[in-house]
Every structure is written in C-alpha cells, then in structure tokens.
Design a protein around this ligand. Structure first.
Ligand code: GDP
Length: 140
C-alpha cells in the first residue's frame, strides 16, 4: 500500500472543548503522522472558498458560520492509504450513524459540529492541502 497524504481540519467545536490533543492522538493511533499543522482562525472568504462544492446545499451559510466561529487546526496527515485511513477513523458525517471508536462517535456534538474534516479523495486532498499550506510548511 502506498504512503499518501490527506488534509484534516480539527473544527471549532473541538478547539473550544480543548480536544486538539485528543483528536490528534486518535489520528496517530490510526497510523497517521502529522507532517504539517497550524492553528488558524478561518476567514469567511476562506470558509466559502474551501466549501465551494457545497454552496448550493441548504446548510452552506450555517456551515461557513460554524467554521469561522472559533479557531481550527489544519493538518496534513501522512500514512498508508491516508485518505481512507483518515475517513475510517473519522466515522460517518452524522455522529449518530458513526461506528463506536471513531472520532465523530466519541467526540462530535452534531452533524454540523462534527469535530473533524477529512479529504474524500487523493485528488481533493492535493487541492485542499494547497489551499492552506505551501510546500515548505510540510515536513515529512
Ligand atoms: P464529510 O465529508 O463527512 O465532512 O461530509 P460532507 O462533505 O457531506 O459535509 C461537509 C460538512 O458539512 C460536514 O462535515 C458537516 O460539518 C456539514 N454538514 C453536512 N451535512 C449537514 C447538514 O445536514 N446540516 C448541517 N448544518 N451541516 C451539515
């Protein structure tokens, strides 16, 4: 299996509850390595750009409001089959449907305040990483 990279966000519900370390530990225990990380306050423009694929969905405005409501931690994660590995440990979008032991089942507050973002394909991972990081900020 190839070592690949994915993009992760620890969302405002998690930073508010001081869960940056707890989430990162679950990612690391799942076999992912943090090769870049920074805590930022996303601007409205960044949130709307990042979630542009969702702009027709009814929750788009609320989602952008939530993602700018507090600090987030953006990360690049590396590991074997990183996109799938990360999606597996994240759990389903709605924590009510997530498997026990996943980040969202154990930590998420709601379908919106669901603690983590993770890229859904290698192609999107590359786009999302480039949205927040320059190559020199990623140290594998
Ligand atoms: P993900 O890939 O599992 O994060 O899910 P999606 O790409 O479908 O949705 C992106 C994000 O939008 C989710 O992680 C949630 O934060 C939010 N979201 C998804 N569905 C809903 C919804 O029905 N209502 C609200 N308010 N937010 C949602």
């Amino acid at each position: 299996m190839a070592v690949t990279r994915t993009f992760s966000i620890i969302k405002p519900d998690a930073t508010r509850r001081n869960l940056t370390g707890a989430v990162t530990k679950m990612l690391e225990d799942a076999g992912l390595r943090v090769v870049a990380s920074k805590r930022i306050r996303m601007s409205r423009e960044q949130a709307e750009g990042f979630y542009a694929v969702h702009k027709e969905r009814p929750f788009f405005g609320e989602l952008c409001e939530f993602m700018t409501s507090g600090p987030v931690v953006v990360q690049v994660l590396e590991g074997e089959d990183a996109v799938k590995r990360n999606r597996d440990v994240m759990g389903a979008t709605n924590p009510a449907n997530a498997e026990p032991g996943t980040i969202r089942k154990e930590l998420a507050e709601s379908i919106e305040a669901n603690t983590v973002h993770g890229s859904d394909s290698d192609e999107n991972a590359k786009i999302e990483i480039a949205f927040f990081f320059s190559p020199g900020e990623i140290v594998g």
